[in-house]
Design a binder for this molecule. Structure first.
Ligand SMILES: Nc1nc2c(c(=O)[nH]1)N[C@H]1C(S)=C(S)[C@@H](COP(=O)(O)O)O[C@H]1N2
Ligand SMILES: [Mo]
Length: 203
């Protein structure tokens, strides 16, 4: 067909048609090439197990309170935790890699500390507080979560403490330890707490 057309048409016309077809081909392929160019690069290498990408940087001896509280960033010392809130004592047992452990802790409840930090729950959303969770961050990048419903005395009411002593020894130097009474395993007994972020997990 091409040679038939070539015989019937002048040479400049054939050249013009071929150029036009090439242009149509390029324009129709353009979106595909663009999509490929926009494909994201490979995901960054995974961080080692047990560490966060970026541990919350906290001034030594301080615990930051962050997130859905007013103001959004507050800070406490271990001395504040030991003096400014009602103190509780609890003896708990948990399973760890080194076998079962039993310890006595003292300190305020996480619930009291967060309540004093003024959570910004919405009054026009039914049970807005039940959509929230506290993320506990540690100096080694370890993190764990408790939901508001777990620590609210009106719901599960677990007496999770931000403990300032363990077996009579002050935790002022390494930072407070979260307790999770009722937990079988020790994973949520976060030691060396540097920060607590109140997040709204609801959509
Ligand atoms: N900051 C921090 N806290 C942590 C961990 C951790 O790796 N980092 N491990 C948890 C786990 S898995 C257990 S079983 C207990 C162990 O308690 P121990 O460190 O007092 O032995 O701590 C928990 N708290
Ligand atoms: Mo553990």
């Amino acid at each position: 067909m091409v040679s038939y057309l070539a015989r019937r048409m002048s040479r400049p016309r054939v050249v013009a048609i071929v150029l036009a077809l090439a242009a149509i081909l390029v324009v129709s392929l353009l979106p595909t090439w663009r999509a490929e160019a926009a494909t994201p690069a490979a995901a960054p290498a995974a961080t080692p197990a047990g560490t966060a990408a970026r541990p919350v940087p906290t001034p030594a001896g301080r615990v930051l309170l962050l997130g859905r509280i007013a103001p959004h960033l507050q800070q406490l010392t271990v001395a504040d935790l030991a003096a400014k809130y009602p103190q509780h004592t609890q003896t708990v047992t948990f399973q760890s890699g080194a076998g079962p452990q039993s310890h006595t802790y003292t300190g305020p409840t996480l619930y009291d500390v967060l309540q004093a930090a003024k959570p910004t729950f919405r009054s026009d959303v039914k049970n807005d507080a039940l959509r929230y969770a506290a993320v506990i961050h540690a100096s080694d990048g370890y993190e764990s979560v408790l939901s508001w419903g777990e620590i609210d005395p009106g719901f599960a009411g677990t007496e999770a403490l931000l403990a300032v002593t363990q077996d009579g020894v002050s935790l002022a130097k390494e930072g407070p330890r979260l307790t999770a009474p009722g937990d079988t395993k020790g994973g949520r007994y976060v030691s060396g707490v540097t920060a607590v972020t109140l997040v709204r997990a609801g959509l």
